[in-house]
Design a protein around this ligand. Structure first.
Ligand code: NAI
Length: 665
């Protein structure tokens, strides 16, 4: 085990403490780090003749990124949680009580427990530059700053600390200086240690400008009330423990002494750590990390093939979106094919959408530069021979797909990757239309493509692993988040949603109002309820799928046969333009024996329906890893991040054990 903290005292009596958690890219507060810290404190407390102490990281690009989330997620009981939080508190209390000037010299990430460490020092100096990031982002992972952050930051900078903590805002060094979190900037090219020594000398000589206004927090109740309203707006009325406990801790703790405030913080932190939402949020954090860089999901050691030319078949709703994302995220020229009448509207749509992005400052190039890479054609021109990857997004009809693949395979190279964006035709049933079909797979995007992060990457029976790896590389280039699965009706996301909808319709037929069913699910945290979602997607879409699966759904049948395909699609569906339920649709509901359901029963019923499909997807090895299902639901349907995905939430709520006798994670 390497030593995390190393102390050297220079000729002028300044102790320089360098910390470096061996074998890790980032410094975090591990058990070993705390042991080292306590030793260092004992040493510093015993040395009688020190003038000051500087704490600086030995890592090239980070100070300290906070607590170790893996360890926090594993905490199961209150005693363990209390021990963990007390470790932080007693460490920082000793640092604060040292009695000589102490300074944190910051470069790179200084987050969470890293900033709380720095806040326990008398002063802080930080290096400028884009790598330096300072903040308390705990609320974003279902926790709150529990190492003194809720008490020391507001006491240092006043009310603005509340918003920083509740939003989990991360600041650059100059912003942190303006807010008073740090006291001095060192230029990006400066020697940080030398600058820190000059700074601590100035502190000792009383020449440093340490602004430490006294804050009284007399208005705290009113400020907290406003903050609470803001939180409830963001969570759409849901009581999520992290921000609410953070707020409560500040509201109560800032009215009393620091010591008492820290005691309140410890008690509330135990509560937040044990909350299911903390564990769910940490799971989502890891799911995000896993899929942030799709190239890291490729087979180990695989070198992806260079992709220089892309082609898209179909310039409709989906084709346009796919074209936009290839164009704006990669330098690849894109060839798109459709019927002549579809080309101009497609081009106009792509240009308009890019212009909107440019207005918001989201593009790295001008719209004209991007549009110059787009060629729209109505025939199989020679340039198809250059394509390294073709994505097919033509009508959802198997005979159309068959004809398209037949023609396409005559003009592209034998090694050109082909991916279908089909939503319901099995990849295996189209594979025979493709020559050399080990290069053929599914790539299922979600609408609108440029807003939805998720893409399902589907491996057919004949698809080579290389093809999947190359597609993962492609998905990374166009900045999407992948879910890798095998061929399955509805792949993963739609397969999870279908039974959910069937149950929702059953509750409707049992006399529960549309509004109540949808509201139960938005209260659960879904962005829209199941009936509203069906109306938006097109009511005929799930209807046709159910028919194809041999499932009879009378309400959908009645509604579709009455020509109500959804408000957007045919002007009529379940809802009116003003958002209310259309009274005319009520007579089309196929009535059953009434069974009244409460919010909780509706939520449990719909979650159970999803989790049962998830279990089946795992049993049939449609995915290799349960995390893929949760990735799909969080980024494909907006399943609430604090619940960590339906499978994780089923584990956390005891549903997995109740249904299957075991957890999925
Ligand atoms: P769309 O009807 O908007 O566009 C299809 C386009 O394909 C039309 O412009 C049509 O002219 C063109 N097309 C037809 N035959 C062609 C051919 N032989 N060569 C070139 N172009 C041809 O349909 P949409 O919604 O874009 O769907 C396309 C595919 O994407 C379908 O397989 C669909 O299942 C799938 N999909 C649709 C989603 C959605 O939300 N609309 C979501 C995910 C997948």
């Amino acid at each position: 085990m390497g030593k995390v903290f190393t102390t050297e005292v220079d000729a002028s009596g300044i102790a320089v403490v360098v910390f470096d958690v061996a074998a890790e890219k980032m410094n975090t507060w591990t058990e070993e780090a705390f042991l080292g810290f306590y030793d260092t404190m004992s040493q510093l407390e015993a040395a009688g003749d020190l003038r000051g102490v500087i704490f600086i990281s030995g890592k090239p690009d980070n100070f300290l990124a906070g607590a170790n989330l893996k360890l926090i997620a594993e905490i199961e009981d209150a005693d363990e949680a209390r021990r963990a939080v007390e470790t932080f508190h007693s460490a920082f209390a000793r640092l604060e009580a040292l009695g000589i000037p102490t300074a944190a010299a910051i470069h790179g990430h200084c987050l969470g427990g890293g900033l709380e460490f720095a806040l326990a020092c008398k002063a802080r100096i930080a290096k400028e530059g884009k790598n330096t990031i300072i903040g308390l982002p705990e609320c974003n992972v279902g926790l709150f700053p529990g190492g003194g952050g809720t008490q020391r930051l507001p006491r240092l900078i006043g009310y603005p600390a509340m918003e920083l903590i509740l939003r989990g805002t991360m600041l650059t060094a100059d912003k942190a200086l303006k807010m008073g979190i740090i006291d001095r900037l060192a230029p990006a090219e400066a020697d940080l240690l030398a600058a820190a020594k000059a700074f601590i000398d100035d502190i000792i000589l009383g020449k440093a400008d340490l602004k430490r206004p006294e804050f009284t927090f007399t208005e705290i109740d009113a400020v907290a009330q406003l903050a609470r309203e803001g939180i409830m707006k963001v969570t759409r009325g849901r009581e999520i423990p992290a921000p609410l406990l953070a707020l409560k801790t500040m509201q109560e703790g800032l009215k009393v002494s620091l010591e008492k405030g820290l005691e309140i913080e410890r008690n509330n932190f135990v509560e937040v750590v044990l909350s299911k939402e903390a564990k769910g949020s940490i799971n989502t954090f890891y799911l995000k990390g896993m899929t942030d860089k799709p190239a890291a999901m490729m087979t180990r050691g695989f070198t992806p093939r260079p992709l220089n030319h892309a082609a898209v078949l179909g310039f409709g709703t989906m084709g346009r979106g796919i074209v936009i994302d290839i164009l704006r995220n990669t330098g690849m020229p894109v060839l798109v094919k459709d019927i002549p009448e579809a080309l101009e509207p497609g081009r106009n749509f792509v240009r308009k959408t890019l212009e909107e992005m440019a207005e918001k400052g989201r593009l790295r190039e001008t719209v004209n530069e991007i549009m110059n890479r787009l060629t729209a054609v109505s025939g199989y021109v020679d340039d198809f021979g250059k394509a390294d990857i073709v994505i097919e997004a033509v009508f959802e009809a198997i005979d159309v797909k068959k004809q398209v693949y037949g023609e396409l395979c005559g003009v592209i190279r034998e090694d050109c990757i082909i991916a279908s964006n089909t939503s319901s035709i099995p990849i295996n049933s189209m594979a025979p239309f493709v020559s050399n079909n080990s290069r053929f797979a599914g790539l299922h995007f979600f609408s609108p493509v440029w807003l939805m992060q998720l893409v399902e990457v589907i491996q057919g029976d004949n698809t080579a692993r290389d093809t999947i790896d190359n597609l993962l590389n492609f998905v990374g280039l166009i900045r999407k988040r992948p879910l890798v699965c095998r061929d399955n009706a509805g792949f993963v996301v739609n397969a999870m949603l279908f039974p959910n909808l069937l149950n929702a319709l059953k509750y409707l037929e049992e006399g529960n109002p549309i509004e109540k069913i949808d509201q139960a699910m938005t209260r659960f945290g879904m962005p829209v309820g199941p009936i509203r979602l069906t109306d938006e997607v097109g009511i005929d879409v799930p209807y046709k799928i159910f028919v194809g699966m041999g499932i009879r759904q009378d309400t959908l049948k009645n509604v579709v046969e009455a020509g109500r395909l959804g408000l957007k699609k045919s002007g009529k569906g379940f809802f009116l333009k003003d958002g209310r339920v259309d009274p005319d649709v009520l007579s089309l509901i196929a009535r059953r024996e009434p069974v009244e359901k409460g919010d909780k029963e509706i939520q449990d019923g719909l979650l159970t329906a999803m989790v049962q499909v998830g279990k089946d997807i795992l049993d049939r090895m449609i995915v290799d890893d349960v995390r893929m299902i949760d990735v799909g639901m969080v980024w494909g349907t907006g399943f609430p991040a604090e619940k960590g995905g339906p499978m994780k939430w089923a584990d956390l709520t005891g549903l997995s054990k109740k249904l299957f006798g075991r957890n999925f994670y």
